[in-house]
Design a binder for this molecule. Structure first.
Ligand SMILES: [Ca+2]
Ligand SMILES: [Ca+2]
Ligand SMILES: [Ca+2]
Length: 368
């Protein structure tokens, strides 16, 4: 009796271990990187790729990462570069809530003469704060809700889907699949495309664009919208799909290929299935070895009390603050009370093995 119980237990444990192992294996552990452009090397949106030359190969996402999910999302079909070959790079600039993309593609048949969705498409889905969850009307948790009510209150509101036409001829550059088409216009997005082929021909296409991800983007327009704040080392949720149409006369509306970065087809409407993309720091060659930086806050305007924060870059051994009123400090993050109202020139000088650096700000610190 005892022996059979323990055999039973062992069998149960084995099954449990096998089940959890296969479950873990099924999880998609991939993550990707977003290149940080230095502020003086922001790409110009002109379809010319030269300003992406500084982005290393480790940032390129190619066909080997994509799944043709018309067949089976767990089967990794081998892409045929004679039919379709795409490379994508993603970038950002610290201080701006924009995602830059470079999309370079070869297609044996560029399908773009129809005015509707029958068009070669680069589809991107972004969830800037990784809120996750469904974001299109058919996936709304309340199935009794009127479909158009769900569309306006929900679709694209906390994560966004762009169908970008490659190329767009006699057509707007993208379809925002949601109730906020204003997000594809300046100052929230911009794009440029470069190609030399006619409909039905083979060739290469370059698409360069940026978008602004939103934590809230409603149908009423930008007045109440909330941009996703992009900060260094943060992950955002992102995925894309390449929809390849290779026959202008195809009447059934079906595409010839649907290559998805996420293994989950429904990433197009459920942000849970997006993949983490990390907003990378600047590469070392774009950072000065020592660079004085600082910020300040009014702690108490009545007492003219200001707190200063050192944000200098590099190995720093000493700090010298000049508050502009004849007083100084050698603390890293000092607080200072001004005795008189006025506009002050404040400077921070820092020193370390790499040398010295000073940053002064003229009249930013003004107290009354
Ligand atoms: Ca460019
Ligand atoms: Ca093709
Ligand atoms: Ca095509």
């Amino acid at each position: 009796m005892n022996r059979s119980m323990s055999a039973c237990k062992r069998l149960f444990l084995t099954i449990l271990i096998c089940f959890s192992a296969s479950h873990i294996e099924a999880q998609d552990k991939r993550s990707f990187k977003i290149f940080q452009f230095p502020a003086d090397k922001i790409p110009v949106i002109d379809g010319n790729t030269a300003d992406w030359d500084l982005v290393g190969q480790e940032y390129t996402v190619g066909m080997s990462e994509l799944f043709d999910d018309r067949i089976d999302s767990n089967r990794h079909l081998k892409a045929d570069p004679r039919n379709l070959d795409v490379k994508v790079k993603v970038g950002w600039v610290k201080g701006m809530n924009r995602l830059y993309f470079l999309y370079e593609a070869y297609d044996d048949y560029w399908d773009f003469s129809h005015p509707d969705l029958h068009n070669d498409i680069f589809e991107i889905v972004v969830d800037g704060d990784q809120s996750g969850g469904p974001f299109i009307a058919p996936f709304h948790p309340n199935k009794t809700l009127d479909r158009m009510d769900a569309y306006f209150s929900f679709q694209g509101v906390h994560a966004q889907n762009y169908h970008i036409f490659t190329p767009a001829r006699d057509k707007d550059w993208a379809m925002v699949w949601g109730s906020q088409p204003w997000i594809k216009e300046l100052p929230y997005a911009n794009s440029a495309c470069n190609y030399k082929f006619n409909p039905g021909e083979a060739g290469r296409l370059t698409l360069e664009f940026w978008i602004t991800p939103f934590d809230y983007a409603g149908p009423e327009g930008p007045s109440r919208a909330v941009e996703s704040v992009l900060t260094e080392n943060k992950n955002i949720g992102l995925s894309w799909a390449v929809i390849d149409y290779d026959n202008v006369n195809k009447k059934d509306g079906k595409n010839n290929g649907f290559w998805n970065l996420s293994k989950e087809r429904t990433m197009y409407g459920d942000a849970t299935h997006l993949l983490p993309f990390k907003l990378m720091p600047l590469q070392a060659q774009y950072i000065k070895p020592i660079d004085a930086k600082w910020s300040f806050k009014f702690t108490d305007m009545e007492r003219r009390l200001v707190s200063f924060k050192d944000e200098s870059i590099g190995d720093i051994r000493s700090w010298k603050w000049d508050f502009g009123d004849g007083k100084t400090s050698s603390e890293q993050h000092p607080a200072h009370a001004y005795s008189k109202a006025g506009q002050y020139v404040v400077s921070l000088s820092v020193e370390g093995p790499a040398g010295r650096s000073r940053l002064s700000k003229v009249w930013d610190v003004s107290v009354k």
